[in-house]
Design a protein. Structure first.
Length: 156
C-alpha cells in the first residue's frame, strides 16, 4: 500500500474559487481516482476550482501514477487532499482509499479525465436532499473514436 499525504489542512475547503476555512465538516467530498493523468488532471481540478457555490467541499485525489501527476497536483493545487500509492490502484481500490479520508457525509466520484459545469457542486447537494438517497449522473461515451461504449439508463 502506498503512503498518504494530506496536502490541504483539515478545516479547509474550496468555496467557489477561494480556499476558505470552515468550522465542522465539508458538505461534499469529491473523490478522484487517478492513474497517469498528468495530461487531464488540471482541467478536472480547474472545473472544481471554478465552482459557483458558497457550500464547502473537499477534493481528494487518489493517485497511483508514474507520470508525475502527484507532483503536478502538489505544485499547482495545494488545496487538494492528495493520497498516493506506489503500486497501481484500479478505480475501485482508489475510491475506497479516498472514502477513508473523506470528511463529508455526501460523496461524489469523479474521474481524472472528466470536468464538471460551474453549478455541479450545488446540483449534487440539491439532488442528494430527501427523498433522494442515491444519485447518478448521465453517462456519455467519452471516447467516441472507440467502437465499444455502454451505458445503463433508468435509474432515478
Amino acid at each position: 500500500m502506498g503512503k498518504s499525504e494530506g496536502v490541504a489542512d483539515a478545516g479547509q475547503a474550496r468555496h467557489g474559487s477561494t480556499l476558505m476555512s470552515w468550522s465542522g465538516s465539508p458538505e461534499l467530498s469529491i473523490i478522484i481516482a487517478s492513474y497517469n493523468a498528468r495530461r487531464t488532471i488540471e482541467t478536472c481540478l480547474d472545473s472544481l476550482r471554478l465552482q459557483n457555490t458558497s457550500r464547502a467541499f473537499e477534493t481528494i485525489l487518489v493517485d497511483s501514477s508514474t507520470d508525475g501527476t502527484a507532483d503536478l497536483v502538489r505544485q499547482r493545487s495545494p488545496e487538494v487532499k492528495l493520497i498516493t500509492s506506489t503500486s497501481r490502484l484500479f478505480p475501485g481500490a482508489a475510491r475506497n482509499l479516498g472514502l477513508k479520508a473523506a470528511q463529508a457525509k455526501i460523496i461524489a466520484f469523479l474521474d481524472a479525465d472528466c470536468f464538471v459545469e460551474r453549478g455541479w457542486v450545488d446540483a449534487v447537494l440539491e439532488a442528494q436532499s430527501p427523498p433522494h438517497y442515491l444519485v447518478s449522473g448521465a453517462i456519455l461515451n467519452g471516447t467516441p473514436e472507440r467502437r465499444l461504449a455502454w451505458s445503463t439508463t433508468g435509474w432515478h
